[in-house]
Design a protein around this ligand. Structure first.
Ligand code: CP
Ligand code: NVA
Length: 303
């Protein structure tokens, strides 16, 4: 495994599955680790967070370590200190760094100049920790069928959609992504997903038709139409209206469909309140699995 976890492609398919299985063992209480005993892991967040921050802080504690939360405006970064100098300084105090930021290139630069492991806790480009937990959730529900069922992502082609494509490649999933024209996911993430899928037998299809994507899907996944750092764009929301996850769209899905949402949700936009509440069990289970998946990730990264 690489020093850092910036993209799902930092894992091999075997390592990815090992983490998913270890995550479920942590959840069942059959796995324990004190890998972070005596260690301090920094959390540097330039954007808000509920799930990622809290699940990392709790996970670091459960692994015997101490989390240290930092926002950019408390650091000299806010006064223009060089990212490279920030990386070199923090590496002298901390044993690892979890980072949520805007530009992915900034995170790559920070990781390159850090001598400690750096974990991507969301950038404008990707959200790999989220997808690690999502695959854990899908595997928890579908077990050995995970690679056979159809997974649909419907909505904006954002950071979550990008990482889901890479995840589909890494884990060999059968994924269809439906977005409006002009809001497709990132082409590099798609290519990376396809390249990984060659090894694993995964399938990644892009469409503009939400009904085609959801048809016979066992998992339907959506995310907000306006991501952190994006401008509120009325026109974009108009284009996205046909991609709302509602009862009509879900009537195309496989019986017993699981609906996933990485949260936070904007009910009435990408998902109706009715669908959200009907599927709240799987959505909050997905949120819970952030904790167990990240514990498995940190156990491996810090061993
Ligand atoms: N899904 C997710 O990353 O949530 P937060 O923004 O609350 O961390
Ligand atoms: N796409 C969303 C995900 C939030 C967890 C965002 O970047 O705001």
């Amino acid at each position: 495994m690489n020093k850092d976890f910036l993209c799902l492609s930092d894992l091999s398919p075997d390592e990815g599955w090992e983490l998913v299985k270890n995550a479920l063992d942590f959840k069942r209480g059959t796995r324990r680790s004190e890998v972070l005993k005596g260690k301090t892991v920094g959390l540097l967040f330039l954007k808000p967070s509920t799930r990622t921050r809290v699940s990392f802080e709790v996970g670091i504690n459960k692994l015997g370590g101490n989390p240290l939360y930092m926002t950019a405006n408390q650091l000299q970064l806010s006064r223009g200190e060089d990212v490279r100098d920030t990386a070199r300084t923090l590496s002298r105090y901390l044993d690892g760094l979890v980072v949520r930021t805007y530009a992915h290139a900034w995170l790559v630069e920070l990781a390159r100049h850090s001598s400690i492991p750096v974990i991507n806790a969301l950038t404008d480009f990707s959200h790999p920790c989220q997808i690690l937990a999502d695959v854990t959730t899908i595997y928890e529900y579908f077990g050995e069928e995970t690679k056979k069922i159809k997974v649909a992502f419907v909505g904006d082609g954002n950071n979550v959609a990008n990482s889901l494509m890479v995840g589909a490649g890494l884990f060999g999933l059968n994924l269809t992504v439906a977005t409006p024209p002009g809001y497709e996911p990132n082409a590099k993430a798609y290519e990376l997903g396809l390249k990984l899928a060659e090894q694993t037998g995964g399938k990644i299809e892009l469409t503009h038709d939400p009904y085609e994507a959801v048809k016979n899907a066992s998992v339907v996944y959506t995310d907000v139409w306006v991501s952190m750092g994006d401008a509120e764009d009325g026109l974009k929301k108009e284009f996205l209206k046909p991609y709302q996850v509602n009862e009509k769209l879900l009537s195309m899905a496989s019986p017993g469909v699981k609906v996933l949402h990485c949260l936070p949700a904007k009910k009435g936009q990408e998902i109706t309140e009715e669908v959200f509440e009907k599927h709240q069990e799987e959505i909050f289970n997905q949120a819970e699995n952030r904790l167990w998946a990240q514990m498995a990730l940190m156990e491996k990264l810090f061993s």
